[in-house]
Design a protein around this ligand. Sequence first.
Ligand SMILES: Cc1cc2nc3c(=O)[nH]c(=O)nc-3n(C[C@H](O)[C@H](O)[C@H](O)COP(=O)(O)O)c2cc1C
Length: 207
Amino acid sequence: MGALLSALAGPLSWHGGAKAAHAAEKKNILILTGSAREGGNSDLLAEAFAGGAREAGHEVEIFACGRAEIRSCLGCGKCWSAGAPCVQKDDFEQLWPLLEKADMLVFCSPLYWYNVSGHLKCAVDRLFPYSQKRKPRDLRIREAMLLMCGESWFEKSFAGAAEAYRQMIGYKGWKDRGRLFATRVFEKGEIRGSSVLEKAREMGRGA
Ligand SMILES: Cc1cc2nc3c(=O)[nH]c(=O)nc-3n(C[C@H](O)[C@H](O)[C@H](O)COP(=O)(O)O)c2cc1C
C-alpha cells in the first residue's frame, strides 16, 4: 500500500496547504464522506482525520453522504423560496444546518471514475443556494481539505478531482488547507495499518 501527498504543478504544487490563520482557534469542522461502504477506506481516512482534529480541541461532525438520500440539484431556481435553502425533501434537510455552522469543510471520498463519488457530488451540487447573489444567509466556511483514496497506483489519477476542488474553493473564497491521496487501496479496510492514516490524523491535529 502506498500513500502520496499531492504534488501537482502550478497553484496545486504545495503539499500541506495553507497554514491555519489562528492555530489555537477552536473550529467546527464538517467532514463529508462519499462512500456507501461503511467502515471502508474513506471512512477510515475520515475517522483518522477526525481523531486528530478532536485531539486538537476542534468540534468535528462526520456526515456520510454515501449513506444518505441526497438527490442532485434540480436547477429549478426555487432556492430559499420555502424557508429553507432548497425545496427538495430529502436528507439535505439534515445536512444544511451542519454546513451553516461549519468553519471548515473536509471532502473525503473514494476515487470513482477519476472523480469524487456521485454521492458526494450530489451533496456538493446542493450548495447552489449559497452561490445565489440574493440569499438570506451564507456559509461561514473559510477553509477546506480534500482526502481521497483509490485503487490506482498513481497520484495523477486524482488530478481531475483535485482540479475541481481547487476551482470550487477558489470560487467560494475558501482557503485550501491540504490534500491527501491514498493510492493502492481497493478492498474494504485495506487502508488499515497504512501510514496514510497517521498522516490524516496529523492533518486533523494541524487543522
Ligand atoms: C464505482 C467505482 C468506481 C471506481 N473508480 C475508480 C477509479 O477511477 N480509480 C481508482 O483508482 N479506483 C476506483 N475505484 C476503487 C475505489 O476508489 C477504492 O476501492 C476505494 O478504496 C473505495 O473506498 P471505500 O472503501 O471508502 O468505498 C472505484 C470503485 C468503484 C466502486
